[in-house]
Design a protein. Structure first.
Length: 153
């Protein structure tokens, strides 16, 4: 009986949490999420509703991982975690374009289960370190990204 009660509580928590935007601990990331929601809406997806699937988008000093997120690492720059309904972004000196690409990247993993893509995409395994890369190529990168999001939906 206790297990059934626990499962019902988890189910109700998920439903209630799907009614609010995630907590975001970084103002730059908040602005990027607003851009992402607009971009989703432009391709016919409800970005305002999609983002409610998350509880947290956190910029952190180390990324939690492993069983119950008990371990921490600085070896990855971002991670989406369905178990905690969270996205974690490693705190470091990103350019504005790098940060935007990283947030979009993790949102695609979380929302659409999109896997890593080619090396010249937002969904590439590694964030580009070349100065100005994302600023100069954003229109093309976004077009490819949005097409992947539409197809995954």
């Amino acid at each position: 009986m206790l297990i059934i009660g626990f499962l019902i509580a988890l189910f109700l928590r998920a439903i209630l949490n799907d009614r609010k935007d995630p907590e975001i601990n970084n103002s730059e990331v908040s602005l990027i999420v607003e851009d992402w929601k607009r971009d989703m809406s432009e391709i016919g997806l409800d970005g305002d509703q999609l983002i409610k699937r998350l509880d947290y988008i956190l910029v952190v000093d180390s990324i939690p991982h492993g069983f119950l997120n008990q371990q921490k690492t600085r070896d990855i720059m971002g991670r989406s975690d369905w178990g905690s309904r969270s996205i974690y972004i490693l705190s470091r000196g990103y350019s504005p374009g790098q940060l935007k690409a990283l947030v979009y990247h993790e949102l695609a993993h979380y929302m659409f289960d999109i896997k890593h893509g080619k090396k010249h995409e937002i969904m590439a395994t590694y964030i580009k370190e070349e100065p100005g890369y994302y600023r100069l190529n954003w229109d093309y990168l976004l077009e490819v990204y949005l097409e992947k999001c539409k197809q995954a939906r």
